[in-house]
Write a protein that binds this ligand. Structure first.
Ligand code: FAD
Length: 446
């Protein structure tokens, strides 16, 4: 018999339970649907990264992947019926939008006498399955992470042998992919499973031993940069966890904990879908409309070197270092007093790893409206953090050419140097010390 494998956040061939289940039944139509509702709502970086990842998957299937454009509730049953398939296999989706869409598609398939068959999850442990002794969801990270490790996960699957069934692509879909690639950020990573594997090996060889310390140094490339690959499923987290299983050290523990954050935020979103765009724990303080300052923040012209370096790295690579994500987010929410969704939207538009759960809960964590006991009154000092995390200023000089003439830590404080503004770097748009006081006053007036 023929089966359809509808690819979504699982753009890989190896270690793929849904693909293995489909292939075990006979020939497989591999399908990717460009859904205008998602496609038009995604920013240019995410579209480009998905397009590059779909192209890599197409190559890996020997060009057998079928790409179609349209509403999946129409397109998926159409393709399945045309192929004479009895079932459509998917990796189960857990986001609020994904679940609603999958319910619509399953209903449309059922009308035509076909079934939707979910297998697997984009996470090591499916969101919703780690529970407290009382069967409730975990509210904070540390006990979740402990229970998540105790729950455990499956080993990666051996590669399935797949007999692909070819069908025609449609022009509207291929055109969307081509256009998206033209608008890619200048320095996007190499897409696909091969890209993921190469980067992961480089991290195991050169980053992992120093990860526990080095992960906080944005100038050094010591983090894994697996986030874009995890986002589209070019690699599954259980593969990374399996590769770490017989290694020991602080770096390994720390890395597994970071993966647990990804799983935790997906779990929170599963239990509380409204937390995507609403405060989990509202602070009940007034927020400002930052006006032109929002543009200065978006383009990296706030006059605070570390903030500007991060925002420019985001536009150039579609990625930003984790610590700098925290500092730039703190600047928008605490120095410019904006409500976090304005920043979360910009990040989602420009990150290749842009992910509703990790991004929006990361923003809520910084804003102080989120899950954990992160003190909401903590305001990052962008200058102090710069001198601490980038002591020789090289991260700032890499991303802010107007400061390239300032040596060492001087790049963090152009206002202290007579030649600091000689190359067009903007003056500070706000006074951090004054805005910090404003933020704290708002908190104490609640
Ligand atoms: P590594 O340090 O190598 O970590 C390994 C993996 O662990 C990452 O690939 C990621 O999957 C996971 N991870 C690490 N830290 C976190 C975290 N704090 N929350 C959730 N997962 C984590 N991550 C995204 O994947 N997509 C986003 O859209 C996103 N937006 C963020 C927005 C803000 C404001 C903040 C503070 C953090 C955000 N993060 C997001 C989390 C984190 O910054 C990135 O996962 C990390 O920088 C990715 O780089 P890496 O793969 O080299 O990380």
């Amino acid at each position: 018999t023929t089966r359809v494998l509808w690819f979504r956040r699982d753009l890989r061939l190896s270690d793929h339970p849904a693909l293995a289940a489909a292939a075990a039944e006979g020939e497989v139509v591999g399908l990717f649907v460009v859904d205008p509702r998602l496609w038009d709502g995604a920013g240019p970086a995410r579209r480009a990264w998905v397009a590059a990842s779909v192209r890599a998957l197409q190559d890996a299937t020997g060009n057998a992947l079928v790409v179609r454009f349209g509403d999946p509730a129409v397109v998926v049953p159409e393709v399945a019926a045309a192929a004479g398939a009895s079932a459509v296999h998917v990796t189960a989706e857990t986001t609020p939008g994904g679940r609603a869409r999958d319910a619509r598609v399953a209903a449309a398939l059922a009308e035509r006498g076909m079934v939707g068959q979910p297998d697997g999850t984009p996470y090591a442990v499916a969101p919703g399955s780690v529970r407290t002794g009382q069967g409730t969801a975990y509210q904070v990270f540390t006990p979740f992470a402990r229970a998540w490790r105790a729950h455990g996960w499956d080993d990666p699957l051996p590669a399935a042998s797949v007999e692909w069934r070819r069908m025609r692509n449609d022009g509207a879909a291929t055109e969307r992919l081509t256009t998206a690639l033209k608008l890619a950020p200048p320095a996007m990573p190499a897409a696909g499973e091969d890209g993921a594997r190469a980067r992961w090996r480089a991290f195991l060889d050169a980053g992992l031993d120093d990860y526990a310390e080095g992960r906080d140094r944005p100038a050094q490339d010591l983090t894994s940069r697996m986030s874009p690959y995890l986002k589209v499923g070019a690699v599954h987290p259980r593969r990374l966890l399996a590769d770490l299983a017989d290694r020991r050290g602080d770096g390994v523990d720390r890395f597994v904990t970071e993966l647990a954050w990804r799983e935790f935020y997906a779990d929170v979103l599963w239990h509380r879908p409204e937390s995507a765009w609403r405060d989990l724990r509202p602070l009940a303080i007034p927020y400002d409309d930052p006006g032109d300052a929002l543009d200065a923040w978006r383009t990296g012209h706030t006059g605070y070197p570390l903030v500007d370096a991060g925002m420019r790295q985001l536009l150039h690579e579609g990625w930003m270092h984790n610590r700098v994500r925290m500092i730039t987010a703190s600047f928008l929410t605490k120095d410019l007093h904006a409500w976090w969704p304005a920043g979360a939207r910009h990040f989602l538009d420009h990150l290749v790893d842009g992910d509703l759960a990790s991004n929006n809960h990361g923003w809520q964590w910084v804003a102080g409206t989120g899950t954990d006991a992160a003190p909401y009154f903590r305001v990052f000092n962008p200058v102090g953090q710069g001198k601490k995390l980038d002591p020789d200023g090289s991260y700032v000089r890499r991303w802010v050419p107007e400061l390239a003439h300032l040596e060492g830590a001087a790049a963090h404080e152009p206002w202290r140097h007579s030649e600091g503004y000689d190359h067009g770097y903007p003056a500070r748009i706000v006074d951090h010390d004054a805005e910090r006081k404003v933020a704290l006053e708002r908190y104490s007036a609640r």
